[in-house]
Design a protein around this ligand. Structure first.
Ligand SMILES: NC(=O)CC[C@H](N)C(=O)O
Length: 200
């Protein structure tokens, strides 16, 4: 049984829970989704999802609840994380905003809301490394990734700007794969990895 933790202090938690459930179902993988609002649950999780929402609120609450350290330990143990939009901001090295205390899971810097305000949200077909067909990427007040460290792979770009990155077990996207019923980003972040490990 795969135990998937959805960080649930703020943001689009139910969409993430539904997306990981349907991705797991597609792989015939029984899944238990754990909504994480307090410390003590992350250590039991195999994979973690950090949702979109408001990065200032998410980072403040993670720290207040002591979940921030647990997420760092999860990654240090090599366990996968998918961080989307505000989650990517929280996972970055630096969001250039004192209100966001980042977790430094991905060696990238981000510019919050760089793709515009809520009204500027858009959907775009995105070429993602390893996918045969474009992924329907939904951008909502999306962060721009402006600096990418050496250990980071860029998985997708939009108009010359990285919008999906991977470093070790952590995948971060500027867009919201949880809002479409396309589970290929979950495959890339979790199931391809889990299946490759199982085949070893
Ligand atoms: N849709 C989103 O997650 C937007 C993120 C928002 N720009 C932030 O700074 O938190």
């Amino acid at each position: 049984m795969l135990r998937a933790g959805v960080v649930a202090v703020q943001g689009d938690v139910s969409e993430h829970a539904a997306a990981i459930r349907s991705a797991a179902e597609a792989h015939g993988e029984p899944v238990e989704v754990v909504e994480i609002r307090q410390s003590g649950h992350v250590p039991d999780c195999d994979v973690l999802l950090v949702p979109g929402g408001e990065s200032t609120a998410i980072s403040r609450l993670l720290k207040r609840e002591g979940i921030d350290e647990e997420i760092r330990d999860h990654v240090a143990a090599g366990k996968p994380v998918l961080a989307t939009c505000a989650g990517l901001i929280v996972a970055s090295r630096d969001a250039k905003d004192d209100r966001v205390e980042t977790l430094d899971l991905l060696d990238v810097t981000v510019d919050r809301n760089a793709f515009g305000r809520q009204v500027d949200s858009f959907e775009a077909p995105l070429d993602v490394e390893g996918m045969d067909d474009p992924f329907p990427a939904v951008f909502i007040r999306a962060p721009l990734i402006d600096e990418v460290g050496e250990g980071v792979d860029v998985l997708a770009e939009w108009e010359g700007t990285p919008v999906a990155v991977r470093q070790g077990p952590v995948v971060g996207t500027s867009f919201h794969p949880e809002l479409t019923d396309d589970s290929r980003l979950h495959d890339l972040a979790f199931f391809d990895r889990i299946e490759a490990e199982a085949a070893d």
